[in-house]
Design a protein around this ligand. Sequence first.
Ligand code: OAD
Length: 232
Amino acid sequence: MAHIVVLTGAGISAESGLKTFRDLGGLWETHSVEDLASPAGFRKNPQLVLDFYNLRRKQALQAQPNAAHLALAQLEQKHRVSIITQNVDDLHERAGSSSVLHLHGELRKVRSTQDPNLIYDIQDIDPETHEIHVGSTCELGAQLRPHIVWFGEMVPEMENAAALCQTADFFLVVGTSLMVTPAATLIYHVPEKVRKCIIDPQIPEVPKVKNLYSIEEKATLGVPRLVEQLLR
Ligand code: OAD
């Protein structure tokens, strides 16, 4: 049984109907990162930020896992699989993957602005609308915010993610432009001798990484094909 570590980004959920960030028509082409995904943006216009994530949460809850998510879950039949995702949707979990580390947070969760350890499932806050608004509060009476890592904030799971990479026997990257750090540096934590593969219709540049090959394909084609090989 090999330890297969998979780093995924928005591209793996693209064929489930969720927008990526930096492709043509991606979220950051039509929306301002500073206004919607930073602590300063939240201070300036909290309702705008909450509305943005309320909508994204709704879309993510309606989306279904695709063949790439499902294939990665099947890979557990033969291997130990650790998924490190930059995605805030829960499509890996719903596909059946049992070890999913969310580097950038989760849309299904919200947390207190006063105590970051007070994290709630949105289902327990508002099971009907799955929304939070200005005035939605935690048990301390403080405003709730999305459980999302915004630009300029620490990435609390980074150390755990790096530790997984260090013990990989095979490292797979799917659907990320590798433009955002520290996530993009995880590949440098994988031992040099370990084989690494990138599946993406537009392969990102990864300087100075040994034993790396790429499959220039969409996730729903490339991932099931590779998984089939790894299960053989
Ligand atoms: P990007 O939008 O930067 O990159 C998406 C990647 O997916 C690109 O390399 C595309 O070529 C690829 N792609 C598009 N369609 C695909 C498909 N069908 N199959 C496979 N790949 C496909 O998204 P991320 O790299 O995930 O952070 O972005 C990283 C972070 O930036 C996000 O987590 C988010 C964003 O700002 C936060 O919100 C904190």
